[in-house]
Design a protein around this ligand. Structure first.
Ligand code: GLY
Ligand code: MN
Ligand code: MN
Length: 511
C-alpha cells in the first residue's frame, strides 16, 4: 500500500515549481535499514541497556550511533552547559563566589485522576541535557576560582514497582554515562545536596527561574533552601539561556528543516483532501496523521482549521464546522519532531478555485509576505521593525484595492492596517513555538535564528468600513525562515502558496 507520505509527495508534484523539493536526508534514510555512521566522539559513548528514553542502541531507526538524541551528541549538550555557565559568570563578573545554577525538568501533567497527558519536556532543561525524564533537575556547580564546573543530574532512581507501571527509568548509575554528566543522584536528595553546597561554599550565588517555575513540586524545596541559608537569588538563568537558544546550531537547523518539511507536507495533504462538505475536524485529523506518519511526535499546537468567517477569530480551535464551497479555509498548524516545532499557515479556497475578491485579498497578503521575507534578508531588522513594515505594506496595498480609504495616511493608515491584522508578524521558532520569549523582539535578527513571517488580514462580516464583497474573510500566510549570512532560507518552501499551485492541488486526493 502506498504510504500517506508518498501520496502527499505525489499530489504535490502535480504543481509546477521547485517548491516540491525532496525531504531532508535523515527523513529519507531513517526509514530504511541502512543507518549511516554518526560522528564518533571519542570522549563519550552511549551506554547499552534499556533506559528511560530511546537511545541509538534501542531505537536505531530514530537515533544514529553516538548521538544522545536525534541529531545531537553528548558533546553538544556539554558545550551548551559550558556556554551557559560562562555567560552567567561573566554577567556578574565575580570569580570569588561559587555559582549554583538550578534548571528543573517539567513534571507530568494529568488530564484527570491518574490519566496522564503525553509528557512534554521543559525546553530549557532539554536543551541543556537531552534528558526526556519528568521531574528531573539539572544543577551546575562552579566553585570559586576554578575554570571547571560540575553538572549533577537529579533523576528518579530505579524502582521496580514504579517501572512496572510507567516503563523503564534510566536511574542514577546509567544517567552519568548516558547524559555525560559528572554525577547523578536521586531527586529526593536535591534539598540536602543544595543545602550542603550552598552552606559549605558561602557566599554562593544561586541562579534559578523562580517566576512560573517549570516544576512547582520542587519549588518549595528551593524556596526553603533560600530562607534557611539566608540567601537571595542572584538572578534568573533563563534570559542568558534564551540568548543561547535563539541561535540554532547546525544540528538544530537540520532538525528544524525536518520538522518544517513534515509540517509543509501535512498542509499540502490537507489542501489535496479539501472538498466542500469536508469538516474542519477532518482537516485537523489529516495534518495530525500526516505529521505523525512522517516522523513527528505530535502536532506543535492545536491547529486552527477555520472555514469562512470563523477564520477572523485568530485563536479558533473548535474546528467543528463543515466547509462551504464558497469559503476560504485558513489552516494554522505545525509538527513537533524531537521537540523542534514548525509553524505554518496557509489559506485556500474550499472549491479549489479562488473567487475574484478572495483572490485579490489572498494575493495582497502573499505579496506582503514575500516582501517581508526579502526585507529580513536585506535589512536584518528587529522583528518589531518587521511588524512596522507589515503595517505599512498592508496599508498601502489595502488602499490600492480600495479596502482602506485613500484619504488617510501616516499613523492613521498604520492604525487601520493594524486593526485588520491585530497580531505580531513574527516570533522566534525552535524548541518552543513562541521560542525564547526572554529575547525581546527589538534586537536585530542574526544568522542562524529561525523566525516566522506571518502577515494576515481579518475582516469581520459586520465590518462596515470595508466594501461588502471583502467581508467575512480571514487570511494568513505563515512561513518559517532561517536567517543566514546570505539570503534567508524559507524552511517551509515545500508548502504550496502561489495561487496556481494551490488551485492545482486542492481537492486532488480522495480519502
Ligand atoms: N500558531 C501560532 C502562531 O502562529 O504564532
Ligand atoms: Mn506563528
Ligand atoms: Mn502559526
Amino acid at each position: 500500500m502506498q504510504s500517506f507520505r508518498k501520496l502527499a509527495l505525489n499530489v504535490a508534484s502535480k504543481g509546477r515549481r521547485r517548491v516540491f523539493n525532496q525531504p531532508p536526508n535523515r527523513l529519507k534514510s531513517m526509514s530504511t535499514k541502512e543507518v549511516p555512521p554518526g560522528i564518533k566522539d571519542v570522549r563519550f559513548t552511549i551506554p547499552k541497556g534499556i533506559f528511560g528514553q530511546p537511545t541509538c542502541h534501542t531505537h536505531p531507526h530514530l537515533i544514529r550511533p553516538e548521538q544522545l538524541t536525534c541529531g545531537v551528541t553528548q558533546m553538544e549538550y556539554r558545550e551548551r552547559r559550558e556556554m551557559l555557565v560562562n555567560k552567567l559568570v561573566a554577567e556578574v563578573g565575580n570569580e570569588h563566589k561559587t555559582h549554583v545554577i538550578i534548571i528543573p525538568a517539567a513534571r507530568k501533567q494529568y488530564m484527570s485522576d491518574k490519566i496522564p497527558y503525553v509528557f512534554r519536556q521543559n525546553s530549557d532543561f532539554f536543551y541543556l541535557t537531552g534528558c526526556l525524564e519528568p521531574s528531573a533537575v539539572l544543577v551546575m556547580v562552579k566553585p570559586s576560582q576554578t575554570e571547571d564546573f560540575k553538572s549533577i543530574l537529579f533523576v528518579h532512581d530505579k524502582d521496580s514497582h514504579a517501572e512496572l507501571w510507567e516503563g523503564p527509568r534510566t536511574g542514577c548509575s546509567a544517567a552519568v554515562k548516558l547524559f555525560a554528566v559528572e554525577e547523578a543522584r536521586p531527586v529526593e536528595s536535591l534539598g540536602n545536596f543544595l543545602f550542603r553546597t550552598v552552606t559549605s561554599s558561602k557566599p554562593a550565588l544561586v541562579w534559578y527561574h523562580h517566576e512560573n517555575p517549570a516544576n512547582p513540586d520542587i519549588h518549595p524545596t528551593i524556596r526553603d533552601l533560600m530562607k534557611e541559608t539566608d540567601q537571595a537569588f542572584v538572578g534568573d538563568p533563563q534570559r542568558a539561556l534564551h540568548f543561547l537558544r535563539v541561535i540554532k546550531s547546525p544540528a538544530e537547523i537540520e532538525l528544524m528543516k525536518e520538522t518544517c518539511y513534515i509540517g509543509s507536507q501535512s498542509v499540502n495533504m490537507a489542501m489535496a483532501c479539501t472538498k466542500p462538505g469536508v469538516s474542519e475536524h477532518m482537516i485537523n485529523a489529516i495534518v495530525e496523521y500526516s505529521s505523525k506518519q512522517a516522523g513527528a511526535e505530535h502536532l506543535a499546537f492545536p491547529p486552527v482549521a477555520a472555514g469562512g468567517a470563523r477564520a477572523t477569530h485568530i485563536h479558533y480551535v473548535s474546528n467543528n464546522q463543515l466547509l462551504d464551497a464558497n469559503d476560504l479555509i485558513l489552516l494554522d498548524t505545525g509538527s513537533q519532531r524531537w521537540l523542534y516545532n514548525s509553524d505554518i499557515s496557509r489559506t485556500w479556497p474550499v472549491s479549489g478555485k479562488f473567487s475574484k475578491h478572495h483572490r485579490i485579498l489572498y494575493e495582497l497578503v502573499l505579496t506582503v509576505q514575500k516582501r517581508l521575507i526579502e526585507i529580513l534578508g536585506e535589512q536584518r531588522p528587529a522583528l518589531d521593525q518587521l511588524f512596522d513594515s507589515m503595517c505599512r505594506l498592508l496599508g498601502k496595498h489595502l488602499q490600492q484595492e480600495g479596502i482602506i480609504s485613500k484619504n488617510v495616511d501616516g499613523s492613521e493608515l498604520l492604525g487601520k492596517a493594524y486593526r485588520l491584522c491585530p497580531h505580531h508578524v513574527s516570533h522566534y521558532l525552535g524548541l518552543d513555538v513562541h521560542d525564547t520569549p526572554l529575547v525581546r523582539r527589538n534586537v536585530p535578527v542574526k544568522a542562524n535564528m529561525i523566525v516566522t513571517v506571518e502577515p494576515g488580514i481579518y475582516i469581520r462580516p459586520d465590518d462596515e468600513s470595508v466594501p461588502p464583497e471583502f467581508r467575512g474573510v480571514g487570511i494568513r500566510v505563515e512561513d518559517d525562515v532561517l536567517i543566514t549570512d546570505s539570503e534567508p532560507a524559507v524552511l517551509t518552501e515545500s508548502c504550496v502558496k502561489e495561487v496556481h499551485d494551490i488551485e492545482a492541488i486542492v481537492g486532488k486526493h480522495s480519502l
